[in-house]
Design a binder for this molecule. Structure first.
Ligand code: CMX
Ligand code: CO
Length: 137
């Protein structure tokens, strides 16, 4: 069902400051910077190896998911994202196991991907994202 760890999402107050920290500390390349209005984030993807990344997330507003997380828990690991072949199919398979989906249909993710979230309370306290990469041309 899961192909890889696609990324680990880190919530932060200052995106540029944390890009500098992670890129210098672990010598990582910044692959993309994007704003995702729907998810309420300004973000950057730093490649660890192949198709696995660290995703740095700064909230666009305090009442967004990442804004609320920062207020409650402070900076740190926010979610883990797994690569899947077909996000809709995987959502259906997981829902059939009784896990709550936070998205009823796939949404737009980083670099043209399709994503969906699973409720952390049903996954051992880990907010989980499923990622289907954009088709390579
Ligand atoms: N990891 C683990 N647990 C989390 C969590 C997280 N990131 N965020 C919230 N929780 C827990 C809370 O601690 C809380 O538990 P308690 O009831 O025991 O206190 C419970 O889940 C409910 O949390 P809340 O603070 O009341 O927040 P909400 O229910 O309003 O929202 C969630 C939580 C997960 C439903 C919401 O953040 C969400 O829909 N997330 C998915 C979208 C998202 O995170 N987008 C940003 C990233 C985009 C990207 O990766 O591209
Ligand atoms: Co993510």
């Amino acid at each position: 069902m899961l192909l890889r760890i696609d990324h680990v999402g880190i919530a932060c107050h200052d995106l540029e400051e944390k890009i500098k920290l992670f890129s210098e500390l672990f010598e990582l390349e910044v692959v993309t910077r994007e704003v995702n209005e729907e998810q309420g984030v300004k973000e950057a993807m730093l490649r660890v190896a192949g198709d696995s990344y660290i995703q740095l997330l700064e909230p666009l507003s305090p009442d967004s998911p990442v804004g609320k997380f920062l207020a409650k828990r402070g900076e740190g690991v926010h979610h883990v994202a797994f690569g899947v072949g077909d996000v809709k199919l995987t959502m259906d398979e997981i829902a059939a196991k009784g896990v709550r989906l936070l998205d009823s249909a796939p949404r737009h993710g980083t670099m043209g991907s399709s994503i969906a979230f699973l409720h952390p309370k049903d996954v051992g306290g880990m907010l989980t994202e499923l990622v289907q990469s954009a088709k390579r041309k």
